[in-house]
Design a protein around this ligand. Structure first.
Ligand SMILES: Cc1cc2nc3c(=O)[nH]c(=O)nc-3n(C[C@H](O)[C@H](O)[C@H](O)COP(=O)(O)O)c2cc1C
Length: 189
């Protein structure tokens, strides 16, 4: 079991951060392996749509995405966590996703999908301040196609409404336990 987690909030100790730490606790409870990427701390150049990856499956930018491409290719489970910013993922998360166009090109144009040994599973974790009925729709749709580019199946999500203040989730013991349980079940799969 090889799990990778992407943290898309720049707010350290915030809600996304807290939830991911609990998911990691769950993974550790069942002796799972994981690697955590804090996206706001990484050097990820925006995709410029140059088309290079469509021709040869390689991105022209040699930055932190190179390690991420490698991790995605050997992952069994991929967890992407981001708060909702204007009805979608944060800009830092979207930078990473747009650069997955390289993986899309490998899969759909060059017949070389990432990690095609067995079915891989993708999970979305997100937090929003409001209780809007459609508040997670943009993020879910984006992740459905991003996970497909990573050659994994959007399997489940943990979506929390009505959390705004930094670390508000830390006061909700039921929610934290749910995150631990999600980590345990992800790692056990
Ligand atoms: C720029 C910005 C845009 C936001 N847009 C939304 C939004 O569209 N809908 C919503 O419910 N909350 C929105 N929020 C609130 C955050 O989703 C919320 O505060 C969340 O708990 C932050 O998570 P974090 O602590 O992990 O960073 C926004 C916050 C910021 C800073």
């Amino acid at each position: 079991m090889n799990c990778i987690l992407f943290q898309g909030s720049a707010r350290k100790g915030g809600n996304t951060d807290n939830l991911l730490q609990k998911i990691i606790q769950g993974i550790e409870n069942v002796q799972g392996n994981y690697k955590l990427y804090s996206l706001p701390d990484l050097d990820i150049h925006p995709c410029i749509g140059c088309g290079s990856c469509e021709a040869n499956g390689e991105c022209i930018f040699k930055d932190d995405m190179y390690d991420i491409y490698q991790s995605i290719s050997v992952a069994d489970q991929i967890i992407v966590a981001s708060p909702i910013y204007f009805y979608n993922l944060t800009a830092q998360t979207k930078l990473f996703i747009d650069r997955c166009q390289t993986l899309w090109s490998r899969k759909y144009l060059l017949n070389s999908p990432a990690g095609n040994i067995h079915e891989r599973k993708g999970y979305l974790v997100s937090v929003a301040a409001t209780h809007g009925k459609r508040v997670f729709e943009g993020a879910k749709l984006t992740m459905r196609y991003a996970f497909d580019a990573m050659n994994c199946t959007y399997t489940d999500n943990l979506l929390i409404k009505g959390m705004d203040q930094k670390g508000a989730v830390a006061a909700d013991a039921t929610l934290l336990q749910k995150a631990v349980a999600l980590g345990e079940s992800i790692a056990a799969n």
